[in-house]
Write a protein that binds this ligand. Structure first.
Ligand code: ADP
Ligand code: MG
Ligand code: ZN
Length: 487
């Protein structure tokens, strides 16, 4: 019997805002060394008599995500109380959305092994994050409420995925889109995006869905894919042995690399959802939706395809270039200018994803902060392509102008890096090098022709790297063959 896996994901993404969902406490990235319980106030500590106020920016970011995921925005949103007890939840309930969530019925287009697929997005709703528990070595447990009340967007997919590869593609595409839109910082290590995977299996061809389990606390792409793979295999084994899958909540044991049952699955009615009486229904005007819709940019996957089609660049580079809107814009500006100068856009892509990214990594600068504008980069590539400078010199110039903000031409002149391609100018250097090194000339004449590489090195040294290596090679060959005929 063949089995088909069915997977649906619930993704919790922190919304990148200045303040929390229902109070004005600042949201600080969880660097691991924030003083605990410092970014808290009576509202997020749930002191009696306080009133939550909805963060407009968080709603707008949620709408932006929803619209980018092709969802419909509900004109009336309701916040609800989801009641449960846990020490990191000071209210005894979480403010979430239940029957009237922010966004519904969308999809995300992904690429799986080169093929396009649409994964349905069932809903995306707003809620607040919980605090964090720390289990200390002495057995005590500490609670930190800095995270309590941080805005979260929960994005629930349809049970549309059938393999680990699809799960991986969907999760990474969602991460990419949210980061691209500036909704999420993308820092997985800081817990800003967490996954829960719902997994079931059914005999191939069967319509009806099998009983699912839900794997909690999958906090990295690795844990997500391993957890799902493990659970699919486990369920198939149980079913094949004649057993039944229990609807359960599972944990993921990172060190043992296996899932384990945590509790029998809770149902919505266990949470006693009811509308939050302290927050009036949120009415979203059409004009606001239209205004946010207008902000939805071309998404990374669409952009990647267009860059490949328009500029004929390698998919590998296109992937890197669409990692942020600013990088993509930088590339496009440069690629347009490259075309006018008859430079292949692939050459521009090479410079950006190679040397420029390296310099940016080293300095920690963002592409928008660079003194090397697309114009300057193109000027530099022109100097290189005209043979004015060597590749090595061009790289040196780039790191110079990265620091100084000069025009490439100025830096080339200041550093004396103009490449010597002029045959007459190089010929005398070559003659001198050959004349001064009779031992190596002897080796060449005995048939060790690879010694020419050493001679090129000497010419480079004598010209402080400015010799055009191709011209140098030709002149050296000529000179050495001359020596042969004289010998
Ligand atoms: P909850 O987990 O809170 O009960 P939902 O009913 O919204 O929430 O479902 C959660 C996720 O489970 C969704 O992503 C959905 O696609 C997925 N899902 C539902 N049924 C199955 C199933 N039989 N197999 C796999 N995934 C499923
Ligand atoms: Mg769930
Ligand atoms: Zn607060």
């Amino acid at each position: 019997m063949e089995y088909e896996a069915v997977i649906g994901l619930e993704v919790h993404a922190q919304i990148h805002t200045h303040s929390k969902m229902f109070c004005s406490c600042p949201v600080k990235p969880d660097t691991g060394n924030l003083e605990p319980n410092t970014y808290v106030c009576p509202i997020c500590l749930a002191l009696p008599g306080t009133l939550p106020v909805t963060n407009r920016h968080a709603v707008e970011m949620g709408m932006l995500a929803g619209l980018a995921l092709n969802c419909t925005i509900n004109p009336v949103n309701v916040f609800s109380r989801k009641s449960y007890f846990y020490p990191d939840l000071p209210k005894g309930y979480q403010i979430s959305q239940y029957d009237l969530p922010l966004a519904v019925n969308g999809y995300l287009e992904v690429e799986v092994e080169g093929e396009r697929r649409k994964i349905g997005v069932h809903r995306a709703h707003l809620e607040e994050d919980t605090g964090k528990l720390y289990h200390m070595e002495d057995g005590s447990v500490m609670v930190d409420f800095n995270r309590a009340g941080v805005p979260l967007l929960e994005i629930v997919s349809e049970p549309d995925m059938h393999s680990v590869a699809e799960v991986q593609a969907y999760a990474t595409a969602l991460h990419e889109v949210l980061v691209y839109l500036g909704i999420n910082s993308g820092d997985m290590e800081k817990g800003v995006m967490r996954f829960e995977a719902n997994v079931s299996v059914r005999p191939q061809g069967q319509e009806e869905l099998g009983t699912r389990t839900e794997i909690k606390n999958l906090n990295s792409f690795r844990a997500l894919t391993r957890g799902v793979a493990y659970e699919i295999e486990r369920q198939i084994e149980v079913v094949e042995a004649g057993g039944a899958i229990l609807q359960q909540t599972m944990g993921w044991d990172e060190s043992e690399e296996r899932t384990y049952p945590q509790r029998s699955k809770e149902f919505a009615h266990d949470y006693r959802y009811f509308p939050e009486p302290d927050i009036p229904p949120l009415e979203i005007e059409t004009a606001w939706i239209e205004q946010v819709q207008a902000q939805v940019p071309e998404l990374p996957l669409a952009k990647k395809r267009r860059l490949i089609a328009t500029y004929d660049i390698r998919p590998y580079d296109a992937n890197l270039l669409v990692s942020t809107q600013a990088i993509a814009n930088y590339f496009e500006t440069a690629a347009e200018q490259a075309r006018e100068a008859s430079i292949a856009p692939q050459e521009v892509a090479n410079w950006i994803t190679g040397e420029l990214f390296r310099l940016m990594n080293e300095s920690g600068q963002e592409i928008t902060e660079l003194s090397v504008t697309p114009e300057k980069l193109i000027d530099l590539i022109k100097l290189r392509e005209a043979g004015t400078v060597s590749v090595t010199a061009a790289k040196q110039v780039l790191s110079e102008i990265f620091e100084t903000g000069e025009e490439p031409k100025e830096a080339v002149e200041r550093l004396g890096l103009v490449q010597i391609s002029d045959t007459d100018a190089l010929a005398s250097v070559v003659q001198k090098v050959v004349a001064e090194n009779p031992t190596q000339v002897g080796q060449y004449l005995e048939g060790k022709t690879q010694v020419i590489g050493w001679f090129i090195g000497q010419v480079m040294k004598a010209t402080r790297g400015k010799a055009n290596p191709q011209t140098a090679r030709e002149l050296l060959q000529h000179e050495l063959e001359q020596a042969r005929s004289e010998a």
